[in-house]
Design a protein around this ligand. Structure first.
Ligand SMILES: [Fe+2]
Length: 315
């Protein structure tokens, strides 16, 4: 009989269960049954928190969602996602490649081209689809702003529509408009309020020594669900422990970041690399620090859009 003597604390085990390692997870090429039989719709999903738009809610390798889901989506050149809508907001944060996202209303479509670290928040009930026209595959992080979203409602699925119309998200030739926040069309103006270009978002230097760019929340896109921010954490920078009344998730985009937890005087830490994530539950004392020589870029999703009272203090 083997007896395991190296006891792992409950807190360490809990942090481990709240850590999503890119290399421990697998891409699921069959996450979306509605795509079956349509090779042009092929995409792979890696689930970190909840199941997102996939019906695979019983996946035990996935963390339970509270106020949002988080997954990665991988899509290759020439593939697209048919125009559909949700009852709640959903963000696409581009990690690699260039993604065309289209919004449709009454047969007219506005298309925007998003690059790395750009984001679109798909407004609720607005038909949206996406397509990879560039030579590089696209990797993006999708968050749906509710733990258990309803199934998507399809508007122009190739099951019911000609493939050319489905690929253009429902626009007949001549009905596609470019992204232009100052454009004359109402849909151009609407989409203009929901796109964040990384380079154009203001950089906030926290006194604690790291930067935040607010994508969704005060200073970014106004919305009443979740806050989403891109953090830049210089080498050897960290903050003191803080708590939130809701959960947050930190996913490393570039570099590495150490995330720590504290409970009853006990502390545990984990170092994250690119595409690794820690989800910290509501009320848990936690902090972060960059122990590496290079900077870290971190995608952060927070389960409320309201002020959570956190003031970051340098460690
Ligand atoms: Fe969607």
């Amino acid at each position: 009989m083997n007896i395991k003597t190296d006891a792992v604390s409950t807190l360490a085990a809990e942090l481990s269960a709240h850590t999503g390692r890119f290399t421990d997870k697998q891409f699921d090429w069959n996450a979306f049954p509605s795509n079956a039989g349509f090779p042009d719709l092929a995409r792979a999903q890696m689930r970190y928190i909840g199941s997102g738009g996939s019906p695979k809610v019983g996946d035990t390798s996935t963390m339970k969602p509270d106020n949002f889901t988080l997954s990665l989506i991988y899509k290759e050149h020439g593939k697209y996602a048919a125009c559909h809508s949700h009852e709640i907001e959903e963000s696409f944060l581009i990690i690699d490649g260039a993604l065309i996202v289209g919004w449709e209303r009454d047969g007219e479509v506005v298309e925007v081209n998003l690059g790395p670290k750009d984001m679109i928040l798909n407004a609720r009930e607005v038909g949206h689809g996406f397509r990879v026209d560039g030579p590089e595959p696209v990797l993006m992080s999708i968050s749906v702003d509710v733990g258990k979203p309803l199934p998507p409602k399809y508007h122009y699925h190739p099951k019911e529509h000609a493939p050319e119309l489905a690929r253009s998200f429902g626009a007949e030739p001549g009905k596609t408009m470019p992204f232009d926040p100052n454009g004359a069309h109402e849909l151009q103006q609407l989409m203009g309020k929901f796109v964040i270009r990384h380079a154009e978002a203001p950089t906030i230097w926290e006194e604690a020594g790291f930067t935040r760019k607010v994508y969704v929340g005060e200073g970014g896109i106004a919305n009443d669900t979740c806050r989403k921010e891109m953090w830049g954490v210089p080498s050897r920078t960290g903050v003191q422990a803080f708590t939130r009344p809701v959960e947050d998730a930190m996913m490393v985009i570039e570099g590495s970041l150490t995330v720590g937890w504290e409970e009853n005087g006990e502390t545990v830490e984990v170092e994250l690399g690119p595409r690794d994530l820690v989800k910290t539950p509501a009320g848990r004392k936690h902090w972060f620090r960059n122990n590496s020589a290079g900077h870290a870029t971190v995608w952060t999703v927070i389960g409320t859009s309201s002020d959570d009272g956190v003031a970051y203090k340098a460690a």
